[in-house]
Design a protein around this ligand. Structure first.
Ligand code: ZN
Ligand code: ZN
Ligand code: ZN
Ligand code: ZN
Length: 678
């Protein structure tokens, strides 16, 4: 414990390397040895040397750069102590984006579950004691318990068995990794202690170990383990950031580290210990990291007072300008309802200026603005058609100041339509179906005006204030937000028109539910076990419809930049892809266009968050599958053009992005009621 590791690079051939290793005096020195391979290419092996006594020397290969690399090899990173916070990895040179820095084999893999099977110790006494192990989980600072207590798991037992069975030298190596202090007030530290006591008492392999050692064995494994139960000499030392500059890549049998963006020499290398949870709001990310890895994240995203994942639409977004002038000669009709078939309530002469309520309504005839009742002006309430194109006329009325909200037809699916869309298409109507985990009925009073909720956020939405006047480029930076969108700062959302605190409690409540519902793993869902459909989840129809309704509601409350809406879109895209693959449903151009538009909307959202240089990291595998499915879509005449446009847009994005790791692989699930066993 607490041993210092140093790096020593040895140039030369294998024989020289051996000599160099011989010469290493201090135990625990790390040696990097460049080796010549065929074709004059150089490759490098990396070893850790541990000496025991005079002669015995324990070596393990802890990584190698790609065999394909050429030129003078250099180890891309350096592990050293960061100021006041343990060890960190730093770039030793400038690194380009999207480059594999190293590939590495695990030096330790956790005991497989099979080794636990059929042991005589698993009797009733054991299971009684095992299930009694629990500890409360709370954030430091004494905040009340946020979740259910932490329990012991069989994974932790496997940690113990792996730890006591490994060679002493390996154990020493593992102990050089970080783990929380044993007096830390944390549920996992507590559970590890209780389990360590039980194991020492009951398992023969553990008898020779002190309880504290077993506890450390659990903690050090849990803190440094990667998905699949592996610990890596180099990669397990890389710290977490919620805005990581590197990513762990995981192809079968190959584990590596890839850069996500250009990294400067001396910069700390970071990866994310979270999966899709990286796209959760700060408070939820921090909680998950504290629960699983025992630290309070201090990354740039977590310490920022702003949280762009919780951006919400403001009522001012979809609102029409308040003052309008009639521009059509000689006059236009004001209607009781937004329809030319509706009763005419007034004739508004050209040049007449009237006040609007700000409400806009879109119909097949065009957009209508609501006229405000005003006794001074002699106005009655009603509606005025803005553009007469559908009637063979030009512009009828125009705003006196400000600009018209975007009136072009919206792509994709607007909040409120997700559930209906599936119900119409694939499911028997089950209106009124209730599930106890979500009931959004009390949210009605917080809903945004329909136009604000439906407005799609676009990258080019910025008004003049946000455009650099010389280059015409968007001004980047955390402060940038298109008009009508509010960003959470401190305890309220800030729009240019003011401060919003409305529906904050509802938002937090919905977030807790959404985090569980939209998780990639779709927890506790029944699965199809038939051959050929391995892994296909078959959730209850009610689960799927309620999940879509949750996304609809979040969209109608907070608009289309809010993370719950975006996660809902991903859920809907995955559902569409699964329906095509596993049911007899066929896509028509209209349906497929909207699926494509939904994926593009998420893509734009990820781009705007700037979490990596390349949003396709999150979406590539899903987008590829969609692009392939689109090739088999039946094309009628009408929506063909729009379909072609969207298909082209998706292809263009795929071509412009390099195939890389997929941080958010698509889920496979269809409502169980639609599953037909073959
Ligand atoms: Zn190499
Ligand atoms: Zn963080
Ligand atoms: Zn506003
Ligand atoms: Zn405020």
């Amino acid at each position: 414990m607490g041993q210092a590791w140093t790096s020593l690079v040895v140039e030369g051939c294998a024989a020289e390397a051996e000599a160099a290793i011989e010469a290493v005096q201090a135990p625990g020195e790390e040696v990097s040895i460049p080796l010549l391979t065929g074709d004059d290419k150089r490759c490098c092996m990396r070893f850790v040397v541990r000496k025991f006594g005079r002669k015995s020397c324990f070596l393990f290969s802890c990584g190698h750069t790609l065999p394909t690399c050429s030129g003078v090899p250099s180890w891309p990173l350096e592990i050293r102590n960061a100021e006041g916070q343990g060890k960190s990895a730093y770039a030793v040179s400038d690194l380009p984006e999207n480059q594999i820095l190293l590939e590495e084999e695990p030096f330790y893999t956790r005991t497989p579950p099979a080794e636990l099977h059929g042991r005589p110790e698993w009797d009733e006494d054991w299971s009684a004691a095992f299930t009694r192990i629990k500890a409360p989980m709370r954030l430091p600072g004494g905040e009340s318990e946020k979740e259910k207590p932490l329990l012991a798991s069989t994974a932790l037992v496997r940690d113990v068995l792996g730890f006591v069975k490994m060679p002493e030298s390996l154990r020493g190596a593992l102990m050089s990794f970080s783990f929380p202090p044993l007096d830390l007030e944390h549920g996992l530290v507590d559970v590890a202690l209780q389990l360590a006591k039980l194991c020492k008492e009951r398992l023969p392999e553990c008898k020779a170990f002190q309880v504290e050692w077993l506890q450390v064995g659990i903690l050090v494994t849990e803190m440094n383990i990667f998905p699949g139960g592996r610990v890596f000499w180099t990669m397990s030392r890389i710290n977490h950031s919620c805005a990581p500059n590197c990513v762990f890549t995981n192809a079968p049998g190959r584990w590596g580290l890839r850069t996500l963006r250009p990294i400067r020499k001396g910069e700390e290398l970071t990866i994310s210990y979270l999966g899709e949870e990286l796209l959760l709001p700060t408070s939820q990310r921090r909680w998950l990291l504290w629960r699983s890895k025992c630290f309070i994240c201090q990354c740039s995203r977590c310490t920022s007072s702003e949280d762009p994942l919780r951006d919400r639409a403001c009522i001012c977004l979809g609102r029409a300008p308040l003052s309008w002038r009639v521009v059509h000669k000689p006059a236009v009709w004001q209607r009781a309802d937004p329809s030319t078939k509706s009763r005419a309530v007034a004739l508004l002469k050209e040049g007449f200026v009237f006040a609007s309520t700000g409400e806009i309504r879109r119909t097949a005839e065009g957009a209508w603005v609501q006229v405000e009742k005003c006794e001074v002006n002699g106005q009655t309430s009603g509606w005025g058609l803005i553009d007469g194109a559908a009637l063979g006329l030009g512009r009828l009325i125009e705003p006196c100041e400000g600009r018209l909200p975007s009136l072009c037809p919206q792509d994709g699916v607007a909040p409120g339509e997700l559930r209906d869309r599936l119900q119409k298409r694939a499911l028997a109507s089950r209106a009124g179906l209730r599930l106890n985990w979500y009931d959004g009925d009390n949210l009605e009073r917080h809903l945004l005006p329909a136009a604000s909720a439906a407005t799609q956020w676009r990258r080019d939405d910025g008004d003049d204030e946000d455009i650099d006047t010389e280059t015409g480029a968007e001004v980047q930076g955390p402060a940038f937000l298109p008009i009508g969108w509010a960003r959470l700062r401190g305890e309220c959302w800030h729009c240019r028109c003011g401060c919003i605190t409305k529906a904050m409690a509802a938002e937090k409540e919905l977030s807790e539910v959404a985090q569980r519902v939209f998780a990639l793993s779709l927890p506790e869902q029944p699965r199809a076990s038939q051959a050929g459909v391995k892994g296909l989840a078959l959730p209850d129809e009610g689960f799927v419809l309620t999940a879509l309704r949750l996304a609809d509601d979040a969209g109608r409350l907070f608009g289309r930049r809010h993370w719950i809406w975006q996660w809902g879109l991903l859920f809907a895209v995955d559902l569409d892809l699964s329906l095509i693959r596993y049911t007899y449903m066929q896509w028509d151009a209209a349906f497929a266009s909207r699926t494509t538009a939904m994926l593009i909307e998420v893509w734009d959202w990820l781009t705007s968050l700037g979490l990596s240089q390349e949003p396709s990291l999150f979406l590539h595998s899903r987008a590829q599958r969609l692009a392939k499915e689109l090739e088999s879509v039946i094309l009628p005449n009408h929506p063909k053009d729009r379909f072609r446009e969207l298909q082209g847009e998706l292809r263009r994005r795929l071509e412009a992005s390099s195939p890389s790791v997929s941080l958010l692989p698509p889920r496979e699930f269809i409502p169980g009621s639609l599953f037909i066993a073959h």
